[in-house]
Design a protein around this ligand. Structure first.
Ligand code: ADE
Length: 230
């Protein structure tokens, strides 16, 4: 039977999920609290990964090994990379890639993980479709595209424009591709949902702070919709 892992990046978001689910148990592993329970009739495990790829990868592997999740949905905020996106818009991952994986001195393109079957991890088509349906129903402006992850808060026009022109990113954040790779390595379907909190430019640090409460409500509602229509 299905167990859905829900990873949130923000406290606000986790709180909303925790207050709408029926909790059966809380467990701490590697410093992360995993809350098991049910939400809209589905078994779920809710947790907050913390920031960055290592936190995201460890959290995802524990969700899979320790809690037997059969799919993973990650929600949070991101910096917009595609210039068509505005603050408040949603990006649904088609694929995920690590923009800070850089073995270019050995002739590998930016983002390529050497000697590996793939470096661009594809999200599950059914979960993508459900997320798109949720955005349509809510009237959100959304784009399904490549999520670029790195252990860097991107906050310059030059950097963000390179992520667009060189790597065709839709948005940039700090966890998605790590969740994606861990899911891929275990054959577990996933999708990453991100609300744009900033444009990864010189104003990013200001916009980021202003937007998290609104963004967490938005992503919470999308997850609720997805579970109701799964
Ligand atoms: N999360 C939200 N905005 C971001 C940015 N500009 N860079 C990295 N992660 C982010």
């Amino acid at each position: 039977s299905q167990v859905i892992g829900l990873i949130g990046a923000m406290d606000e978001e986790i709180e909303l999920l925790l207050s709408s689910m029926q909790t059966t148990r809380k467990t701490v592993k590697a410093g992360i609290t995993y809350t098991e329970g049910t939400l809209h009739g589905y078994s779920v495990v809710v947790c907050k990964s913390g920031v960055g790829k290592v936190n995201a990868a460890v959290t995802t592997q524990i969700l899979i090994d320790g809690f037997g999740v059969t799919s993973v949905i990650f929600t949070g905020v991101a910096g917009a990379v595609n210039p068509e996106l505005n603050i408040g818009d949603i990006v649904i991952s088609s694929t995920c890639m690590q923009h800070d994986m850089d073995v270019t001195p050995l002739g590998f393109a930016r983002g390529i993980i050497p000697y590996q079957d793939t470096s661009e991890f594809a999200a599950d088509s059914r979960l993508i479709q459900l997320a798109e349906q949720a955005c349509k129903a809510r009237g959100d402006h959304y784009l399904t595209g490549k999520v670029l992850s790195g252990d860097q808060f991107v906050a310059s026009r030059e950097r963000v424009s390179a992520l667009y022109t060189e790597m065709d990113g839709a948005c940039t954040e700090m966890e998605g591709a790590a969740v994606a790779q861990a899911c891929h390595m275990n054959g577990v379907p996933f999708v990453i949902l991100r609300s744009m909190s900033d444009k990864a430019d010189g104003s990013a640090h200001v916009n980021f702070g202003e937007f998290t409460v609104e963004a967490s409500h938005r992503s919470h509602q999308i997850v609720e919709y997805m579970l109701q229509h799964l």
